[in-house]
Design a protein around this ligand. Structure first.
Ligand SMILES: *Cc1c(COP(=O)(O)O)cnc(C)c1O
Length: 391
């Protein structure tokens, strides 16, 4: 008989009743060090007092009013995002894949309004992940996500990740945009080299096509800059954000330049819940921490310390791990052993990691993880690796 919850997830036999900073606690009191952070969502850890205060204060004031009216929290969060990024304007969603939907619509509408309605193609890359909506799965294009769900939304052109020649060949006079994750998350923590992002920008400037960056996983301080593309100095025309921006409250956003957003006039897009007072109140509290340069300096310092310890871990367990990769606190351990076995051994050692493609385990800890918890995390990963060696 089918379970009452639609059985689309492969769940671990873990159930947490409480979160505290970088720790998750089961009903029996067992404490797990959380290096997954709900897949890069709990950017400030669990139960951060400022986030709890922002949410409860807003909950006591007003929960929902609809976008038929002014929403001051939404205005303030948009102002903060505009102040700290390339963007001139922001639309709020509830998730990453809804941000993908709007990014695609915005790019197509841009060309339609420019009198080039045939310019609808969006170029995407193998190994990418843009969520599970119809546009998201068509964009990523992998058989795992699309099989059986056809007909797929047309207009996506897939090229192999890292293949410059294939990309050049794919650009045509009907290309509307290139959609790319500056650091692939689900694809196995694969950063796009700065030089390649610069190459994409040059291509965009030559042909007019729009650059869309999916920073749903790699954004919001995860790599040690507010957004990952800042490392390269290259800015997109449109950017998708979600996960960390709500710190655990469902919240997403599309950021865009005035030019790229020029087709999105009144009535062209909307969302019932997107940008509701609760989500935006929390988002403001998250931004107040993460956009602070001193906070990002700490992320970089901690990332350096964690990475150094992980290099030692890889050297000590060559039959389990092959290499460390990634940027900031978005790190991957490329495994020699089966990554799922390493994740499971981690559960036994009470440390949580997240599997990704390419036989990688992801480490996406809260950005404010303490130095002591970093040391303890590596001890527990060492224990897990020793157990995998013994198996
Ligand atoms: C998680 C993710 C998404 C989808 O976000 P949802 O909130 O699950 O819809 C899109 N893009 C990237 C890069 C992601 O990591």
């Amino acid at each position: 008989m089918i379970s009452s919850v639609l059985p689309t997830y492969n769940r671990a036999p873990l159930s947490f009743v409480k979160g505290e900073g970088s720790w998750l606690i089961e009903a029996d009191g067992r404490r797990f060090l959380d290096l997954g952070a709900g897949i890069a969502v709990n950017a400030l850890g669990h139960a951060h007092p400022d986030l709890v205060a922002a949410l409860t204060e807003q909950a006591n004031a007003v929960w929902h009013v609809s976008n038929l009216y002014q929403i001051p929290q939404q205005q303030k969060l948009a102002d903060l995002l505009v102040e700290h990024t390339f963007a001139d304007t922001v639309f709020f969603t509830n998730s990453g894949t809804e941000a993908c939907e709007l990014a695609v619509k915005m790019a197509r509408k841009y060309w339609y309004d420019k009198g080039q309605p045939d310019r609808t193609d969006i170029i995407t890359f193998s190994g990418s992940f843009h969520g599970r909506s119809s546009a998201g799965i068509a964009a990523a294009g992998s058989e795992k996500m699309t099989k059986g769900f056809g007909p797929l939304l047309p207009g996506f052109v897939h090229v192999p990740w890292g293949d410059h020649e294939a990309l050049k060949a794919a650009v045509s006079d009907i290309t509307a945009a290139i959609l790319i994750e500056p650091v692939q998350g689900e694809g196995g923590i694969r950063p796009v080299p700065d030089q390649c992002l610069k190459g994409l920008k040059a291509m965009a400037e030559d042909t007019g096509l729009l650059l869309i960056f999916d920073e749903v996983q790699c954004g919001m301080g995860r790599t040690g800059r507010l957004f990952a593309h800042e490392w390269s100095g290259v800015t997109p025309d449109i950017m998708m954000v979600a996960k960390g921006i709500g710190g655990g409250f469902p919240l997403g956003a599309v950021l865009a330049t005035e030019e790229a957003a020029s087709g999105m006039t009144a009535g062209t897009h909307g969302s019932t819940y997107g940008g509701n007072p609760l989500g935006c109140a929390v988002g403001i509290a998250v931004m107040n921490h993460i956009a602070d340069p001193a906070f990002l300096d700490e992320v970089n310092r901690k990332a350096g310390a964690l990475r150094q310890k992980l290099e030692g871990l890889v050297a000590a367990h060559p039959t389990v791990f092959e290499a460390v990769r990634g940027q900031g606190l978005m790190l991957g351990l490329k495994c020699v052993a089966v990554n799922a076995d390493v994740v499971k051994a981690g559960y036994d050692a009470q440390v949580i990691t997240v599997p990704a493609a390419d036989n990688v385990i992801r480490l996406l800890p809260p950005l404010n993880i303490s130095d002591a918890d970093i040391a303890e995390a590596v001890n527990r990963l060492d224990k897990a690796a020793t157990a995998v060696e013994a198996a």
